[in-house]
Write a protein that binds this ligand. Structure first.
Ligand code: ZN
Length: 296
């Protein structure tokens, strides 16, 4: 039925408003399934509505991204200009960032009731993206991020859904160990560290604690993660694009989309020096097991 899966994409974002259906069709026709991931209430709802539209191959994950728990920069590719003007009315402290396509907003408080209702839909296969983002840490946002993270974990434990984890370190501070400490203490379900960008040492601790990693098109143009990709057992990793961001070679600079996950799988096979067909089949199987879905 499907040959590949992009386990973390955002075709639900406004970057795809003009050709969302065509983008999904391009992927499905090529045997590429996808999971669209929400980052706050609106994008989570759109992700679920998209999954409802297709009989096969389109799933969703819902939650509140750590950067949206506090005053944060909103990217126009994610939420679009209309969200900006609606939010301007709703939050008086919002300000447009000069010279950038986007704006900052006050952020969302995680409402378990809202997300619990979305979770009733059978094609919602996980909770997130949630976690810790220390890259652009504002005052008091660490506490808000940690509170929202724990609330996601509680909801995941309650509904037995796996966690889609967004963990990003700051320049002088690793977020991986702090996130892992929280998970070890609180999580009773599995989790995937999406867009893994840590060291092999951090990866090993994550694997030892029973969590998985997924990789993006960054592998096609940077060598920083080659050691990690070589060392992670093949049955503990998955493939993703994080569309519309970071398109792989040979599509660098273009808008990314789920069909390009084929380049990520190719890169994993090349870095590990393993047969591409073997890697492709195993990564598909990993996603089936992890999200409890049928793809092949
Ligand atoms: Zn994402």
């Amino acid at each position: 039925m499907f040959k590949y899966i992009d386990i973390h994409s955002h075709v639900n974002f406004s970057a795809f408003d003009a050709d969302r259906e065509a983008t999904v069709k391009r992927a499905l026709d090529a045997g590429v399934a996808m999971i669209n991931v929400g980052t706050q209430q609106d994008t989570s709802k759109t992700a679920v509505e998209m999954a409802e539209k297709y009989e096969n191959g389109v799933f969703s994950i819902i939650g509140l991204h750590p950067v949206h728990t506090g005053k944060s920069f909103h990217d126009e590719k994610e939420l679009g200009p209309s969200f900006a003007s609606d939010s301007a009315k709703a939050s008086p402290d919002m300000k447009v960032v000069e010279g950038k396509e986007g704006f900052t907003s006050r952020g969302e408080t995680f409402d378990p009731g809202y997300y619990r209702e979305l979770l009733m839909h059978p094609k919602v296969v996980g909770i997130g993206e949630c976690g810790l983002d220390y890259y652009r840490l504002e005052e008091d946002s660490e506490q808000k991020q940690k509170q929202a993270f724990s609330a996601h974990i509680a909801l995941a434990n309650e509904t037995k859904k796996p966690l889609m984890l967004h963990v990003r370190s700051g320049s002088s501070r690793s977020a991986y160990r702090e996130a892992l400490d929280i998970l070890k203490r609180e999580a009773k379900v599995g989790g995937d560290f999406h867009f893994f960008a840590g060291s092999w040492e951090e990866a090993r601790e994550i694997l030892d604690a029973g969590f998985n990693l997924s990789f993006t098109g960054v592998l096609t143009f940077a060598h920083n993660y080659d050691e990690v990709v070589k060392n992670v057992p093949l049955d503990r990793m998955m493939s993703e694009t994080d569309s519309p961001y970071v398109a792989p070679v040979p599509f660098r600079g273009k808008r990314n989309e789920p069909i390009y996950v084929r380049e990520v799988v190719k890169a994993i096979a090349r870095i590990r020096n393993e047969d591409e067909e073997k890697v492709r089949a195993q990564l598909l199987k990993n996603a089936e097991t992890f999200f409890d879905i049928k793809l092949s």
